[in-house]
Ligand binder design. Structure first.
Ligand SMILES: Cc1cc2nc3c(=O)[nH]c(=O)nc-3n(C[C@H](O)[C@H](O)[C@H](O)COP(=O)(O)OP(=O)(O)OC[C@H]3O[C@@H](n4cnc5c(N)ncnc54)[C@H](O)[C@@H]3O)c2cc1C
Length: 401
C-alpha cells in the first residue's frame, strides 16, 4: 500500500465516491478509506429500498466523471412531472419539465446503482486507491502534513483529509468540529410498491399533517415511496403485514394511483436536521452528510453533497495548479464560503416547509393552500422553484455546468 497521498477521503458512500471520481481527473494521488464492503451486484429483479431523486446538476457531474453510462447500464428512471398537494385543502401545484424547456426534471436512481457506478470508475484510475475494509484510528497534524494511523496500524501521510463519512462523521468529531441541529419528530418509511394505475413518470407528493408522502417513479413501473410520519406511526407501518400496509398507503395517497397491489418489506430512517459549524480546518474538509443533513422532502441531501464534492475539486485543483498547498486553511476557506450559504438556505427552506405543512392551525392551513394554488398560477415563481430543484440555480462548480 502507498503511504503518501495528496488527498485521503474517509467514506466511500455516494458523496465520497463521487469526490474521488472527480479528483481522478487531476494529477493528485487519492485514497478512499471505507469500512464496509460495498454491494456491487444483486439479483436482476431486486430493487434497492434506498433511492435518490437525482437533479440535472448531479447528472452533469456523473456525466463529466464518466459514471453516467454505468448508471444507465444499471437502471435509472426519468421523472418529467411533479404533482404536490395538501391533505387539508384544495392547494396544489404541478411542475412540468416541458415548461422550462427540459426533457425531464431529474432521475430516480437506486443508491446502490449510483455507488456501484462511481466505484467502477474509481477502479479504472491509477491515481485513486479504494481501501476497504479499513478505518481511521487516529491522526496528528505536523508542520508539513497530516499523519494518519489506520485500524490495522498502517501509516499514511496526506496533505488533505476529507470527511465524507456521513452524519456521524468520525473526521468531524475527531477534528473537534461542533454541529447544531435537532431531530424531527418524524421517520421516513421507505418501500417499493406496485400501483394499479401507471405512475406516468411523475413524482407524486401529498402533504399530510404528520409528514409528506412521496411516490417516486421507477423504470419497471413500480414506485419507490418515502412516507415521513411520526416515529410511532412509522414503527407501525414497518410492522404491519403487506396487505394492511397497501391499504393504509393507498388511502394516504387518496387513491391517486389506484390500489396498491404489492409492496416490498419496509424500513424506517429517523429524520433530523444537522449542520457542521465549520466545513474546513487546516488540512481538513467535510462534504455531504458529514457537513449537513436535511429533511428529505424535496430529495436534495445527496444532490447538495455532489455539489460539495465538485466545488471542493474546483478549489483544490485551482490551488494545485497555482502551486499552492491544497490543505491550507486559506485555500479550503474558499470551498466553505462557496458551499455553506447555499446549503444553509436549502436546509432552512426544507425545515420551513416541514413546519408549514405539519401545522394544524386553521389560518396556516388556509394560507399554505392559497400559497400553493397562487404559486401554481404564477409561472415565474414556479419556474424558479423548478430550476432550484434541478440544481440549476447559484454558482455551479465546473463539473455541474
Ligand atoms: C428517507 C431518505 C430519502 C432520501 N432521499 C433523497 C433523495 O431523493 N435525493 C437526495 O439527493 N438525497 C436524499 N436523501 C439524502 C441522502 O440519502 C444522503 O444525503 C446521502 O446518502 C449522503 O451521502 P454521504 O455519502 O454523504 O453519506 P453516507 O451515505 O452516510 O455514506 C458515508 C460512507 O462512509 C462510510 N463510513 C462512515 N464512517 C466511516 C469511517 N469512520 N471510516 C470509514 N468509512 C466510514 C460509510 O460506510 C458510508 O459508506 C434521503 C435521505 C433519507 C433518509
Amino acid at each position: 500500500m502507498k503511504t503518501n497521498y495528496d488527498v485521503v477521503i474517509v467514506g466511500g458512500g455516494m458523496v465520497g465516491a463521487c469526490l474521488a471520481c472527480a479528483l481522478a481527473q487531476t494529477d493528485l494521488q487519492v485514497a478512499v478509506l471505507e469500512f464496509s464492503e460495498p454491494q456491487l451486484s444483486w439479483p436482476e429483479d431486486s430493487v434497492d429500498l434506498r433511492v435518490s431523486a437525482i437533479s440535472v446538476a448531479s447528472q452533469r457531474i456523473f456525466k463529466a466523471v464518466d459514471a453516467w453510462q454505468y448508471m444507465l447500464d444499471g437502471r435509472v428512471s426519468p421523472y418529467r412531472d411533479m404533482k404536490v398537494w395538501d391533505s387539508t385543502g384544495n392547494g396544489r401545484i404541478h411542475f412540468d419539465s416541458a415548461d422550462v424547456g427540459m426533457a425531464e426534471m431529474g432521475h430516480i436512481i437506486e443508491n446502490r446503482v449510483i455507488r456501484a457506478a462511481l466505484l467502477k470508475r474509481i477502479e479504472e484510475h491509477d491515481n485513486i486507491h479504494f481501501i476497504c475494509p479499513t478505518s481511521l484510528a487516529s491522526w496528528y497534524n505536523d508542520d508539513d502534513a497530516l499523519y494518519l494511523t489506520l485500524a490495522d496500524g498502517s501509516k499514511i501521510k496526506t496533505a488533505l483529509l476529507v470527511g465524507a463519512d456521513g452524519s456521524r462523521s468520525q473526521v468531524r468529531e475527531q477534528a473537534g468540529i461542533s454541529y447544531y441541529g435537532w431531530p424531527y419528530d418524524q421517520s421516513g418509511v421507505v418501500a417499493v410498491v406496485e400501483t394499479e394505475l401507471p405512475h406516468q413518470e411523475t413524482a407524486w407528493q401529498r402533504f399530510l399533517t404528520t409528514g409528506p408522502l412521496a411516490f417516486l417513479p421507477l423504470a419497471d413501473g413500480r414506485s419507490s415511496i418515502v412516507w415521513s410520519t411520526t416515529p410511532d406511526a412509522a414503527e407501525n407501518l414497518v410492522a404491519m403485514n403487506d396487505e394492511q400496509f397497501c391499504i393504509a398507503l393507498g388511502e394516504a395517497l387518496e387513491g391517486r394511483l389506484g390500489a396498491i397491489m404489492t409492496t416490498t418489506q419496509r424500513a424506517a430512517f429517523p429524520l433530523k436536521l444537522q449542520h457542521a459549524e465549520q466545513y474546513v480546518q487546516e488540512r481538513i474538509a467535510l462534504v455531504g452528510d458529514a457537513a449537513h443533513m436535511i429533511h428529505p422532502l424535496a430529495g436534495q441531501g445527496a444532490n447538495l453533497g455532489f455539489l460539495d464534492a465538485a466545488s471542493l475539486v474546483d478549489v483544490i485543483s485551482d490551488a494545485a495548479q497555482q502551486g499552492r498547498n491544497i490543505g491550507s486553511l486559506k485555500v479550503l476557506r474558499r470551498y466553505e464560503r462557496w458551499r455553506k450559504g447555499g446549503n444553509v438556505s436549502m436546509m432552512y427552506a426544507m425545515d420551513g416547509f416541514k413546519r408549514l405543512f405539519s401545522n394544524d392551525i386553521t389560518v396556516v392551513k388556509y394560507l399554505r393552500n392559497t400559497g400553493l394554488t397562487l404559486a401554481d398560477k404564477c409561472a415565474p415563481i414556479k419556474h424558479r422553484l423548478m430550476r432550484q430543484a434541478m440544481g440549476e440555480e447559484g454558482d455551479l462548480p465546473r463539473l455541474a455546468r
